[in-house]
Write a protein that binds this ligand. Structure first.
Ligand SMILES: *[C@@H]1O[C@H](CO)[C@@H](O)[C@H](O)[C@H]1NC(C)=O
Ligand SMILES: *[C@@H]1O[C@H](CO)[C@@H](O)[C@H](O)[C@H]1NC(C)=O
Ligand SMILES: *[C@@H]1O[C@H](CO)[C@@H](O)[C@H](O)[C@H]1NC(C)=O
Ligand SMILES: *[C@@H]1O[C@H](CO)[C@@H](O)[C@H](O)[C@H]1NC(C)=O
Ligand SMILES: *[C@@H]1O[C@H](CO)[C@@H](O)[C@H](O)[C@H]1NC(C)=O
Length: 247
């Protein structure tokens, strides 16, 4: 049967899952960038299609995933959640005071990762004067986070590149005694399939210049970025064979 296999593929393979780090012993220091401090958050809101994921701590090579994850970014006023803050019952006033101050100083952002209906929702916050640096406010929720393999992300998300049609975000979490380090980046596009090879290459160069390896990457939506080369190569081969036959 086609259907069960099809379902299984989407349920079991999620391109975002980076939980099973084989490199737990590595020391990660999250570098704070300032290039996008004065980012206008409105320019990155809305829907983005995932192009590639870069798993800087892993050694898994280049893999292609069939799923086509989409993210949605939006700003919201409804924060902090009730679970946030030093909430013991007799400190309620204190908590509300902290919350009010927090609300004044920070803005709240949500990032929803949707991979064939499987989801992760990140709650993030940032200051106006560093709008490209988003910190995790709370635990993630969504169906993917319910899997036993999911490792909560409690680090920061930085905008490494934001132009009209593509966005590069880097997720970094320093390791602790209880949670291993996480370090991965994701390239997004407004329009899938239209990101030219040279633009993807320039993103690779940007990452490599920051000492972030692109050797282990996951290409989603069956989009092998090497396809154009492969096609040109096979066309050339055909032409050559044809010319040889002609002569
Ligand atoms: C996690 O890693 C272990 C050992 O490295 C491996 O056997 C297992 O299949 C991995 N699990 C996933 C979900 O990748
Ligand atoms: C982890 O790193 C420390 C210090 O770099 C090293 O001494 C230790 O052997 C490493 N452990 C493993 C399991 O690789
Ligand atoms: C951030 O900047 C926007 C626009 O400049 C302004 O409307 C808003 O009040 C500021 N928010 C905070 C928390 O300072
Ligand atoms: C995550 O939790 C928030 C707040 O409870 C809720 O509004 C949101 O719909 C949840 N998201 C997902 C993907 O379950
Ligand atoms: C995740 O699991 C909890 C309980 O295990 C359940 O209450 C919740 O609805 C689940 N969330 C999603 C998005 O499936």
């Amino acid at each position: 049967m086609f259907l069960p296999w099809f379902l299984l593929l989407f349920l079991k393979t999620s391109a975002i899952e980076v939980s099973n780090s084989t490199n737990n012993n590595i020391t990660v220091i999250c570098q704070r960038e300032h290039e996008y401090d004065d980012l206008d958050p409105r320019t990155v809101m809305g829907k983005w299609k995932v192009v590639e994921l870069y798993l800087h701590l892993r050694k898994e090579g280049v893999n292609t995933y069939k799923s086509c994850p989409i993210i949605t970014l939006w700003e919201t006023d409804d924060f902090p959640r009730s679970t946030y803050g030093p909430s013991t019952e007799n400190q309620l006033f204190h908590v509300q005071h902290i919350n009010a101050k927090f609300r004044q100083e920070y803005r709240h952002l949500r990032l929803l990762w949707d991979e064939a209906g499987e989801t992760i929702e990140y709650a993030l916050y940032f200051r106006n004067d560093s709008a490209g640096y988003w910190q995790v406010l709370d635990g993630q929720n969504g169906t993917i986070t319910n899997r036993s393999t999911y490792q909560q992300f409690s680090g920061s998300v930085q905008v490494l590149k934001a132009v009209n049609d593509h966005l590069l975000l880097s997720f970094c979490q320093e390791g602790t005694a209880t949670a291993p380090a996480q370090l991965y980046s994701v390239l997004f596009s407004r329009n899938p399939g239209t990101m030219p090879r040279w633009e993807i290459d320039s993103v690779h160069t940007l990452l490599q210049n920051k000492k972030l390896s692109v050797a282990s990457r996951r290409m989603v939506c069956g989009n092998s970025a090497d396809k154009p080369y492969g096609m040109v190569f096979s066309m050339l081969t055909c032409l050559l064979a044809y010319l040889i036959r002609m002569s």
